[in-house]
Design a protein around this ligand. Structure first.
Ligand code: 5CA
Ligand code: ZN
Length: 417
């Protein structure tokens, strides 16, 4: 599938800082220290009702990761999927009387356009689930051959769907760190089927679903059907990035069961671990304190804000005002504060001469490299802008240098309009 266009970004003079990130699996902030080519997979959208500000916040988080890696001299091999075969997509298509494929294509197009407007770096490989059915069939076959998967008895369950034995790797739970009760609750809440008859254990996860009436299906050795959710990301990531790739990303709502199973499937199939070196999760964005979600319908969409003439730079600044690991709400106040900040920075940049630029650029780099401390980074720029607007002209080329750094590192254009 085609991706979206790469933002034009200047390289920032001077040396970039080495990125550290919080890894959910170990519960610690560590230096990422990738090879020359950093390898990153970020779970993509299920293409219906997008792009809301929660999606935007998650993809902006990994855009910052991308920018900091580039700035520190790495190339980035970035892969993202779309879950374009899934129950919620079918339900929405049915509700609206449209074909699920058309809905998925239209929403993916909207998402691309929003990503471009937000100046988010695109994945080099943007892969739809429907494009990779053969990879899923192959991986489910590996798991069956190794005895890590089984079919439920159609006599009990109606359909001989294929399930994954969740304890196959021996360290299930290492990624999320959830205990049994937390796993049971999250599995039931986030797409699992603990009560499915015929499973060996409530936590075993669906790998291949046999065709039901009216559902799309593809051929497989087990009969016509479609992939489960976790196996899709597992196969897409492993087949493009290999095992032990650097960063597996998504929102905190994916830490369990999705990322736990994506990792477990690939580790069980390959006999190697880990799936990813870092599991990085962006916190949830809410509206008035309630998680923004398509199922609840409490959405603020990027497209609507754009339609109201809101500069996408303000969306970036509004979301960056809080740390990516802190749940936070979007509101008119957040947008207003971003507008004031953007205008202050723009006025300072337009001064030309200003306070020392090397200091603020070093601070910006250092804060971002420290687990994407955007509040700290923004505060450093605020202080520079204040000193400049108070008349510090000690650095003749400060405005241009800071504008370049804001563009390259934060993805924020500054101007006076
Ligand atoms: N297609 C799957 C991943 S394979 C999926 O979760 N799709 S999604 O459309 O529901 O979400 C896309 C991304 O946005 C995921 O990484 C998810 O964690 C993130 N996300 C969803 N809602 C929010 C929110 N309210 N705040 C922050 N991130 C969110
Ligand atoms: Zn995923």
């Amino acid at each position: 599938m085609h991706s979206w266009s790469t933002p034009v970004v200047p390289s920032v003079p001077g040396d970039g800082a080495s990125l550290s990130l919080y890894d959910t699996a170990t519960g610690s902030v560590r230096e990422v220290a990738p090879g020359p080519v950093a390898r990153m997979y970020v779970c993509g959208i299920t293409p219906y009702d997008t792009t809301h500000l929660g999606h935007a916040a998650t993809y902006l988080t990994f855009d910052l990761v991308y920018r900091v890696l580039l700035d520190s001299g790495h190339a980035v091999h970035y892969v993202q999927n779309t879950t374009d075969v899934d129950d919620p997509l079918f339900e929405r298509a049915e509700r609206d009387g449209v074909d699920w494929r058309e809905l998925g294509d239209a929403e993916t197009d909207r998402f691309r356009s929003d990503m471009e407007a937000l100046r988010i770096f695109p994945p080099q490989q943007y892969v739809a689930a429907t494009e990779t059915i053969d990879e899923v069939v192959q991986m489910v076959g590996e798991l069956m051959d190794l005895g890590h998967a089984y079919r439920v008895d159609p006599g009990i369950a109606g359909y001989a769907d294929v399930y994954y034995r969740h304890r196959a790797t021996g360290d299930f739970g290492y990624e999320s760190g959830y205990d049994d009760d937390e796993m049971a609750a999250a599995f039931a809440e986030r797409g699992g089927d603990p009560d499915r008859e015929g499973k060996e254990h409530p936590l075993d996860a669906l790998l291949w679903r046999m065709q039901r009436q009216g559902e799309p299906a593809w051929p497989s050795p087990w009969g016509d059907g479609r992939p489960g959710w976790h196996i899709e990301c597992s196969a897409i990531a492993r087949n493009r990035l290999g095992m032990s790739f650097d960063i597996q990303g998504g929102g905190t709502d994916l830490a369990f069961p999705h990322h736990e199973f994506s990792a477990a499937h690939a580790e069980a199939a390959s006999g190697e671990r880990p799936f990813a070196r870092f599991y990085v999760h962006a916190a949830m964005i809410g509206l008035d304190g309630v998680k923004m979600s398509k199922s609840l319908g409490n959405l603020v969409r990027v497209r609507e804000l754009r339609g109201q003439g809101v500069d996408p730079a303000l969306i970036r600044l509004g979301l960056f005002a809080g740390h990516y690991r802190t749940d936070r709400s979007w509101s008119q106040d957040v947008l207003d504060a971003a507008r004031v900040r953007h205008s202050t920075w723009s006025r300072a940049v337009a001064c030309g001469a200003g306070a020392d630029s090397a200091d603020v650029i070093a601070a910006l780099r250092e804060r971002l490299a420290d687990d994407l401390d955007t509040p700290g980074a923004l505060a450093a720029v605020d202080a520079w802008a204040a000193a400049t607007l108070e008349g510090d002209t000690s650095d003749e080329g400060a405005g241009a240098a800071v504008a370049t750094a804001l563009d390259g590192l934060l993805g924020v254009h500054t101007s006076l309009d």
